[in-house]
Design a binder for this molecule. Sequence first.
Ligand code: SF4
Length: 476
Amino acid sequence: MRYNINAMYFSDKLHEECGVFGIFGHPEASRLTYLGLYALQHRGQESAGICTSDGNKHCHHVGMGLVADIFNMDTLDRLTGDMAIGHVRYSTAGSSIITNAQPICVNSKIGPLALAHNGNLVNTDELKAKLVQEGAIFSGTTDSEVMVHLMARSRKETLPEIVIDALSQVKGAYSILVMSKDTMIAVRDPMGFRPFCIGQVNDAWVLASETCAFDMVGGKYFHDLNPGEMVIIPKNGEIQSIQAFPPAKKLQQCIFELVYFARPDSLVYSQSVMQFRKAIGHQLAIEHPAKADVVISIPDSANCHAIGFAEQSGIPYDMGLIRNHYIGRTFIEPRQSIRDFGVKLKHNAVSSVLNGKRVVVVDDSVVRGTTSRKLMKMIRAAGAREIHLRIASPPYTDPCYYGVDTPDPSKLIAANMTVEQIREYIGVDSIGYISIEGMLSCVGTHSHKFCTSCFTGKYPEEALPNCETCKTCSSK
Ligand code: SF4
């Protein structure tokens, strides 16, 4: 039986929905997009795709799985043209099927149109019902396809007008790239939920979810798109930036991008992810000090937070857990007797670091708590005398509707247990979560621009999920 270890292990982690990359005016557009997507692979591993344009027609290739498995030299050679948009996907809205892979490519009254979307809309159901009533046929099940339908049905004439017309009907999170045969458009939603940055490679414009994609292709980062900003890059003309929608009074940039999703070598919201995570570690050590001999992280996602904790506390940092980077699919039957093997395949404890020690373990978040519990057992079995778990985000109590795959609220440990009950369940000597205020203090004077809904259960008025989207009542 072919068993997906990643799916099993990562069920206890939050998942970012997608990453997008676009390039305009480069003879190697498809190859650079491939590399950009490769750098953004951590944002989605279920499917990927690239659509290119040579000024007349679109070429398109999508597939299920990892970027490196989907594309080869032949497919990239067939993707001709000097403009391209690409997408990596982890499904939150819609199932994991090939028809939901992006970019979505259609023919419209203004010619070929392609769309790549990062984020999640909250009014998809009513828009879709209306479109279906009017005769629209959907091939997939994503919210992104709704945007394409709205664009295809718009009565406006030019691409920027069509995009604005469609987006004025949607609510929620979107950082999107739209490409016609000769124009590329990038838009970030007015609340700025998801990051979106712009830069250049030589004379070509590049856009991406994170700056690590620019580093990969030798690009230079300029700035993040403002919430509500639209960048228009036409084939024959100057790049333009317009404020397509006024920025929301209260911006909602996802704080989890900085805490966990983004790569530490990226700039997100113009801020170094690495520096933010170290600052979180400092703050965590101030809020929840521990008497210990060593600080370790749950690698790799909590490495920077743990280094910050060690810097602030003066307790040495060491590698008490080693992560195996090469797991994927394996041929093992998931029998009860080996039910914990997923955690062991992914991480192993280093007893020479842990034996007889009082250990601070730093993790970025605890979602269900099941993996944390197994890891703490493993650390204890390696000889740790005491375990003090420190968590670099506040208790995750409520679902995200803006592009992060959250388990049903009944499965969120912090929604169902007190901190003391969590400590007992996970099996540690002490536990400490960073406070919301402490976390926000690490973004300095910009703290008012961030979304914290999954820690508070308070959702922005302009992006309240409708009944079909919200899972909260049905789960209780
Ligand atoms: Fe990010 Fe949480 Fe807000 Fe979702 S609810 S956008 S995960 S901060």
